[in-house]
Each structure stands twice: as structure tokens, then as C-alpha cells.
Design a binder for this molecule. Structure first.
Ligand code: GFB
Length: 318
């Protein structure tokens, strides 16, 4: 059954992050009332603050885009932060939504909830079928808990709480930091800097062999709104582009987009993480949604955004 967004109050929790920003922008076309709250207003890790905010604002539906996120190095370096923050954010919002009888809630997870050696492409039914990748198991456990919270509240109280599992994301508004961000913003920064300073070579982390599937945040936002309207099952729903490439291929593509002509080296002392992560998004495509943005177009869009953000002082080289 379709969940109509028309005239509804939709709270986008985490509207200042890359995903939340894109979802908020795409909701403009849905004749609904978008609710947001700033970090200064409430700390989503505090149950009382979250429940008071939900009571005062009475959202009909909630999209949980708020999360502590980062790339392979951030996940490895801050296990407590990734586990604690994400568990608290999800638990507080999901329990608050239950108490306030919110009519639909969508929790966003990540493809890292699936086992390190899951059969490819990875199906939703592979969750908890094998050991996790060690670099991001803290984040993965928090997100698995979020999926199960949605399932538990459905089962015990009959709530329409669902979860969506996006693949590796990128796009305008991403976190740009060479140490803690995901591979795409990290490489766009480093290749851009190498080109500007005329470096002869650049080093990419790991062997270059891992395969990753990437999805632009505008495609994701479109898919999430579609999912909120048309999906109501207890299983998580995978959201991917259907194409994966090696990190080495990604590095050469980024070099081409940025215009870096030097040598690309690989530092095998840095972790590779999961060897291959490609989602099976067949269940999503059966509902009628398909990605529109190619990786090259999406990378170019992100690079142009980054260059402007540097000029505007929104991001800094670090
Ligand atoms: O994007 P990334 O950090 O995410 O790394 P994961 C992807 C691959 O790119 C890894 C390689 O094999 C990295 O070793 N890589 C090469 C780099 N150069 C760089 C670089 O300069 N920076 C980064 N970050 N990587 C994340 C999880 O894992 O995936 C998160 O840690 C989340 O929890 C996300 O689930 C979707 O795919 O390895």
C-alpha cells in the first residue's frame, strides 16, 4: 500500500549531512512539510531531548539520516564513538517514534552490515550470516541493531518502521578530510592538491584491488523517498547502483576528472577493508526505481561542488 507524503509532516533527522541535505532538497517536490532541527537545539544521543522534540513537533513520518559516519580509517580509529553515537541516535528516535505513534519511519543503514565474505551481489537475507569486516564492525553492529529495532517494534507494536541499506555513497556536501573521509572525497582532495602543486606521484591507500559500488547522494535521496512511499516490509531494502569498480580504476577515473597526470602508487600497509561490496538491489528495482547518475557524471558534479566549496570556505584542505 502506498504511503502518501502529501500534507504530512516529515522529520529529516540529520538534515545537515550529505544524505539529509539531499533528502530535504528532494522532498520539496512532495507537497509535504519538512521538519528539521539543529544540533544546537537537540543532541540526538539524549533520549529526553529527542522525546520532547518529537512531542512538541508531532511528525507523521521520520527519516533517520543522522549518524556518525566516516571512511575506513575513521571507523578503525574511533570504535567507541561509532558504536555509541549510532546506537543512541537510532534507539532514541525509534523509541520516541513508537511512543508518539509516528505512522512511518525509515532508518538508514549501510552495506557494511553484511558479512565480509558475503556472496556477491549481496542480498538482504545475508545479514548476520557470517563474520563482519573488522575495520568497521562497530558501525556495522550499530546499524544491524537499528535494522533489528525497526523489526522488533514492527513485531511487538505493529509500527510501519522500515530500514534502507545504501551502498557506498558520495556527492556534494560529503565529508572532505584526507584522514577520516570516505575514498571519493579523500581522493578528490588529494588529486586536486597534487595537480595544483605539480606533484609527480600520488599514493592511494591499500592494494587498489578492493571493489566498491558507488551511488550519488541525489540518486539515493530519490530512492529513499520512493522507498518511504512504496516499501513497507520488515526486511531491509538494498539501495545500490548495480555497478562496482576496483579502487585502482576509481583512482584513474578521478585522476582523469581532476586532470592529474602523474604516477599513481598504492600503499599496501593501509587497510583494504572488505574485498568486494556489491549489493543486490533487485527488490528495489522491482518496485520501479532505477539509478540515473553515472559514476563519471556524479564524480564531476562532486568535484565541481568541492572546488566551489573551497572558494566559499565551506571546506578546507586538511
Ligand atoms: O571509502 P572507504 O573508506 O570505505 O574505503 P569502505 C574504500 C576503499 O578505498 C578501501 C581505499 O579499500 C580503502 O583502503 N582507499 C584508498 C581509501 N585510498 C583511500 C583514502 O585516501 N581514503 C579512504 N577512506 N579510503 C566504509 C566503512 O568502508 O564503508 C563505513 O568504513 C561505511 O563504515 C562505508 O559502511 C559505506 O567501503 O572500506
Amino acid at each position: 500500500m502506498t504511503y502518501s507524503l502529501k500534507g504530512k509532516k516529515i522529520w529529516v533527522a540529520g538534515h545537515t549531512g550529505m544524505v539529509g541535505k539531499a533528502v530535504t532538497k528532494h522532498l520539496i517536490n512532495e507537497s509535504c512539510d519538512v521538519l528539521t532541527c539543529n544540533r544546537a537545539e537537540i543532541d540526538l544521543r539524549r533520549q529526553h531531548e529527542v522525546e520532547c522534540w518529537i512531542n512538541e513537533n508531532s511528525p507523521d513520518a521520520i527519516i533517520i539520516a543522522a549518524a556518525t559516519v566516516g571512511g575506513i580509517n575513521a571507523n578503525k580509529s574511533y570504535p567507541a564513538k561509532f558504536l555509541y553515537d549510532n546506537l543512541m541516535i537510532e534507539t532514541n528516535i525509534i523509541h520516541g517514534a513508537h511512543k508518539a505513534d509516528v505512522t512511518k519511519l525509515m532508518m538508514l543503514g549501510s552495506s557494511c552490515i553484511y558479512p565480509k565474505y558475503a556472496p556477491q551481489p549481496i542480498s538482504e537475507y545475508d545479514m548476520l550470516s557470517g563474520p563482519l569486516e573488522t575495520t568497521n564492525r562497530w558501525y556495522a553492529i550499530a546499524k544491524i541493531s537499528g535494522v533489528m529495532l525497526c523489526q522488533a517494534y514492527r513485531e511487538e507494536y505493529g509500527h510501519n518502521f522500515i530500514s534502507a541499506m545504501p551502498t557506498n555513497l558520495y556527492g556534494p556536501g560529503d565529508l572532505f578530510n584526507t584522514d577520516t573521509s570516505h575514498v571519493i572525497p579523500a581522493l578528490l582532495m588529494r588529486f586536486n592538491e597534487a595537480k595544483k602543486t605539480d606533484q609527480k606521484s600520488i599514493t592511494v591507500w591499500g592494494s587498489g584491488k578492493p571493489r566498491r559500488e558507488f551511488l550519488h547522494c541525489d540518486d539515493l535521496a530519490d530512492a529513499l523517498i520512493h522507498t518511504l512511499k512504496y516499501y513497507s516490509d520488515s526486511e531491509p531494502l538494498n539501495i545500490g547502483s548495480g555497478l562496482d569498480i576496483t579502487i585502482a580504476e576509481l583512482a584513474y577515473l578521478i585522476a582523469d576528472i581532476v586532470g592529474f597526470e602523474g604516477e599513481i602508487l598504492f600503499d599496501s600497509s593501509m587497510p583494504d577493508g572488505t574485498p568486494k561490496k556489491l549489493l543486490n538491489s533487485q527488490r528495489l528495482s522491482q518496485t520501479g526505481w532505477h539509478p540515473k547518475i553515472s559514476l563519471r557524471d556524479g564524480l564531476l558534479d562532486t568535484f565541481l561542488w568541492y572546488q566551489k566549496a573551497l572558494i566559499d570556505g565551506i571546506v578546507r584542505i586538511k
